[in-house]
Design a protein around this ligand. Structure first.
Ligand code: ZN
Length: 277
């Protein structure tokens, strides 16, 4: 039987100004502006929509001084998706920018790596350096969802549906996972924070929010192993994604892009990095 092909979308819901020095362990010798976007992703096909991550809300945006562009859950309506109809939500990890708004999906089950809930409730959370990336109320909420039998936990790679697989790639957070989706252009890898920007992966320089740097470096290799090439990998926070992929319709320009079609141009890749040196 043929593997189903899905549509895949990225919804940009927030942004922040930042510099190159903010996005690489050890900083960056060429300091220049390098803004960061915030996304959630949608996989659509076979009569349903699967949401990957749930973003943050306006209150958390204000507290953390992020520019909130739109409520990511309300933005689902732009794709004719009602959050109440969503049955499956993948949480790549539980950081504040990926796991807020879960209460807005009253009929969903949440798919999470078990290591992530242990990490987010475990001994390392007494260190602000690590706990800072979580909102404790989100974590309490996920614990409550588990008591309500609405969380499915995985210990490593798993198949969510035919053509949709989850892949553990910890390091940035201890239970981080990415999603691989079959599309008309072959597999698309939603990297989430396994690589925040194309350049983290391309240059082998992880993002500074790190629990285990060695696992982060292995994560880049896992992304590359899961995709035919780098043009099939979508980083978690790179504004270039909005430039490389088309909007599904003119009125969604700068809000939503389609990822199941090829990018319009090259992104920073390992090949550029080696030719530069
Ligand atoms: Zn993130």
């Amino acid at each position: 039987m043929a593997i189903p092909e899905y549509e895949v979308f990225a919804i940009r819901y927030a942004t922040r100004d930042a510099g190159r020095r903010d996005h690489f362990i050890g900083g960056d010798p060429h300091d220049a502006p390098m803004p960061m976007d915030y996304f959630l992703w949608v996989i659509r096909g076979e009569g349903r929509a699967i949401v990957v991550d749930t973003g943050f809300n306006a209150e958390v945006a204000a507290k953390r001084k992020r520019t909130f562009l739109r409520c990511p859950v309300e933005a689902l309506a732009l794709l004719n998706i009602d959050a109440a109809d969503v049955r499956d939500v993948v949480l790549t990890h539980l950081h504040y920018d990926h796991a807020g708004n879960f209460d807005r999906f009253p009929n969903a089950r949440f798919h999470l790596q078990e290591r992530e809930i242990h990490y987010a409730t475990g001994r390392y959370m007494r260190f602000p350096r690590l706990s800072h990336s979580f909102e404790v109320e989100d974590i309490c909420g996920i614990v409550r969802l588990n008591y309500a039998q609405r969380v499915l936990f995985y210990a490593g790679d798993a198949e969510l549906a035919p053509g949709i697989t989850l892949h553990a790639a910890a390091g940035h957070s201890d239970g981080l996972q990415f999603v691989r989706v079959n599309t008309a252009r072959g597999p698309v890898v939603l990297a989430s924070d396994v690589s925040h920007f194309y350049e983290n992966m391309a240059s082998g320089r992880p993002f500074p929010t790190a629990f285990h740097v060695g696992e982060m470096l292995e994560g880049f290799e896992k992304l590359l192993a899961a995709a035919p090439d780098e043009s099939h990998i979508v980083p978690g926070h790179d504004p270039l994604v909005m430039q490389l992929y088309p909007a599904p319709s003119p009125e969604l320009e700068n809000i939503i892009v389609r990822l199941d079609v090829p990018p319009s141009g090259p992104a920073p890749s390992r090949a550029d990095q080696s030719s530069r040196h």
